[in-house]
Design a protein around this ligand. Structure first.
Ligand code: 3H9
Length: 688
């Protein structure tokens, strides 16, 4: 085997040249890989003893795409189009051999091979849309030529990873080869192509099927809500429309739109989020040497909405769960809801009935905490009250086996205080799930003062196992997410007290990109969370609404009025209550601009995030953003509050906060960190 460069080898197996890439972790198309491909193909094509060429990768995957970390940097190495031209125009058949994932630029390289073979576990896709991009190496023009316009629309706007079998059925993969025997299978395939004199198929020469104006119009209409605010899905669609043009014309459209996205703020934000989620996994004082604890069984205390949702995560991952409730009917109800959720998913065709039974088979219920004695991890999801939590942990301390992880799902309370009610605070941690807990991707992992490193490391790993994005946070009121949310809520209420209507605030935040504003959110969650008739004092708008039995969507009215289909309408009743409150407190309602609503709700979050960093309650600014993107519907194309602050410029953020501080007091006082960074002309991105 001859080394072409440090990441590429070339060897001859009889008359088949095998080019092998080995550029961990994911064989991304870095300058070195592009150079290796260019030189490797050049040498193989020039070698008279070679009749066909196989491209294969070592390590966990085929090429997983362009090297995203190179984007925006200095251009180095061979041009990808030059590599692709050489492959596509090779006079000898080129076979791409795929395992792991062939994604983005990786699939685009495979698409200039004359044939593609894959092992059954492989997946292929064009996920650029999730980075705010479109496939920029001919994928937009080649994919529709193989799978047709309709499937290309689905694949490119969802970024789905298509399993090899389905890819084979679509014609994206020519042949499946035995798992674990990719190299031999690909070489045998290449020999067959030569022996049987198969043509050198070029995807660019094909016609696109099904690209009718109706298809595109219907697709845009059906997905308008899903794509709201995002540029990339629409740009991907336009490229597929252009695939009906002659190939080179279509490529020009792809190039132009790709460059527009690549240099725009949305893709910058989405690429930032990609790396932010991965950075969150890295805990500076916890290396690979920290032992992981086994988590083979989980106990959950509380069979309510939260406990049930939490349980489903583990059942989905094949980990047995025991739920404990206080009363039989509550337990039965909880178990019933889990079954119903699975059955609903099955009815939609997203789960087999067999899988439903398999998961339910891993679930048991009990009325006795003692039954959790053998669990490796116990998560408490009971009522949010410190005394109750302490009591539960005191009991667990006596019951749980030594070394078991004891987790609280509290969303605000002091994890250290909860831990202190046990004799083993090192085993206690916060695992803050977000509702619906089986759906939301975020898991705040709250590290107490005494939480041991193995408990932290195991929790981070566990998050990945159950498909969550785990973010390590410190103990403070509301941790990262709810603490920042509360600064937004305070201002939302203040704006309404000064003259804005709830629907004005909601509209501004919806237009910013949130799925809904704070008042619509309250109506959805129920205004009566934490409210009781006996203690109600008519002193807030929310209390008055609850007293009138306007408790949100479930009662047909809250801040908004709802019709039978739960469509929201601004409510004259709410408006009157707000006006009465203003009159009673001597406030003269004023017109409040959209700009003020946005600044007063968002900038305090940036400021609170800075305080969180100052206090060391989050490890990095990008962790704060990961919390907000994955747990609170912050629009991913705006990167998260800290990235947003950076994109405005922190000097501007400080200036606006001071402006509001002058008018409304020290709630808006910029944090010391914010002031410092702004004065130095830096951003959160510059923090080490
Ligand atoms: C593109 O191709 C544009 C072209 O159309 C146009 C060209 C002109 N680059 O996710 P993991 C790193 S756009 C650089 O934890 P997994 C990642 O940061 C690209 N680095 O592993 C991490 O590093 P670290 C289209 C990358 O097994 C490590 O690899 N392609 C890239 O859970 C492991 O990653 C995509 O969008 C990259 N392309 O999942 C695919 N990919 O260890 C993006 C990964 O330092 N990648 N890294 O934290 C993925 O979806 C997943 O990484 C993959 C593996 C499924 C491949």
């Amino acid at each position: 085997m001859a080394a072409i460069n440090s990441v590429t080898d070339l060897s001859n197996e009889g008359d088949v040249a095998v080019i092998t890439l080995n550029s961990p972790p994911v064989n991304a198309l870095s300058a070195g890989v592009r150079d290796g491909l260019y030189e490797g193909f050049k040498a193989a094509i020039a070698d008279d003893s070679v009749k066909s060429i196989v491209l294969i990768c070592d390590g966990r995957t085929f090429i997983a795409g362009a090297d995203i970390s190179e984007f925006g940097g200095e251009r180095k190495g061979a041009d990808l189009p030059a590599v692709q031209d050489m492959m596509e125009n090779s006079p000898k058949p080129v076979v791409a051999a795929i395992h792991g994932t062939a994604l983005g630029g990786g699939l685009e390289v495979a698409l200039v091979a004359h044939y593609r073979v894959a092992v059954p576990s492989a997946k292929v896709g064009l996920p650029e849309v999730n980075l705010g991009l479109l496939p920029g190496a001919g994928g937009t023009q080649r994919l529709p030529r193989i799978v047709g316009a309709a499937k290309a629309l689905d694949m490119m706007t969802s970024g789905a990873h298509v399993p090899a079998k389905a890819a084979n059925a679509m014609g994206l993969v020519d042949e499946l080869v035995e798992e674990g025997k990719l190299r031999e299978g690909a070489i045998a395939f290449a020999k067959k192509v030569v022996a049987e004199n198969w043509p050198l198929k070029k995807v660019r020469d094909r016609e696109v099927a099904g690209a009718t104006p109706e298809l595109f119009a219907d697709f845009r209409k059906a997905n308008a809500r899903k794509f709201r605010g995002f540029l990339a899905p629409e740009y991907n669609i336009r490229c597929i429309e252009a695939s009906t043009l002659p190939f080179d014309e279509g490529m020009k459209v792809e190039r132009k739109l790709f460059m527009e996205l690549m240099t725009g703020p949305q893709s910058a934000a989405q690429r930032y989020v990609f790396f932010a989620e991965r950075a969150a996994n890295k805990i500076p004082d916890i290396g690979d040497d920290v032992e992981l604890l086994p988590v083979k069984s989980v106990g959950v205390i509380g069979a309510g909405t939260m406990g049930g949702g939490i349980s489903m995560n583990f059942l989905n991952a094949g980990i047995p769960v025991k739920i404990v409730e206080m009363k039989q009917d509550a337990l039965d109800r909880g178990l019933g809801v889990i079954r119903k959720n699975y059955e609903n998913t099955a009815a939609k065709g997203r789960l087999t009935l067999e899988a439903v039974e398999q998961r339910m088979g891993l679930l048991t219920g009990s009325l006795a905490l003692e039954d959790l004695a053998d669990c490796d991890l116990i998560i408490e999801a009971v009522f949010e009250n410190m005394d109750i939590k302490k009591e539960v942990f005191g009991k667990l301390d006596a019951i749980a086996k030594p070394g078991a992880i004891l987790a609280t799902n509290t969303s605000y309370l002091n994890v250290d205080e909860i831990a202190a009610s046990t004799s083993r605070p090192e085993s206690v941690i916060g695992l803050h799930f977000f509702s619906p807990a089986n759906v939301m991707r975020l898991l705040e992992i709250v590290r107490g003062d005494k939480t041991s490193k193995p408990v932290v490391a195991t929790s981070m790993k566990l998050a990945k196992t159950i498909g969550k994005v785990g973010v390590l946070v410190g103990v403070c009121n509301g941790f990262v997410g709810n603490r920042m949310l509360s600064s937004r809520q305070i201002q939302a209420q203040a704006l309404v007290a000064e003259g804005a209507m709830p629907w004005d605030v909601d509209r501004v935040l919806y237009d910013f990109g949130f799925p809904m504003g704070p008042f619509a959110m309250s109506d959805l969650a129920g205004l009566d969370i934490g409210w009781s008739k006996e203690k109600s004092s008519s002193s807030t708008i929310r209390e008055v609404l609850c007293e009138m039995d306007r408790r949100g969507q479930k009662t047909g009215a809250g801040y908004y009025d709802y019709d039978e289909k739960r469509n929201a309408k601004p409510s004259p009743v709410t408006e009157q209550i707000i006006k009465d409150f203003a009159a009673n407190s001597g406030v003269n309602p004023r017109e409040i601009s959209d700009e003020e609503i946005l600044e007063r709700t968002i900038l305090p979050m940036v400021n609170e995030g800075a305080k969180i960093l100052e206090e060391g309650k989050a490890l990095r600014a990008s962790d704060v953003d990961t919390v907000w993107v994955n747990g609170y519907g912050w629009p991913v194309y705006r990167g998260g509050p800290m990235h947003y602050g950076d994109s405005l410029g922190l000097a501007k953020v400080v200036e606006r906060l001071k402006h509001y501080q002058d008018k409304h007091g020290d709630f808006f006082k910029p944090s010391a960190l914010l002031e410092k960074l702004a004065a130095e002309g830096k951003g959160f991105k510059d923090l080490k």
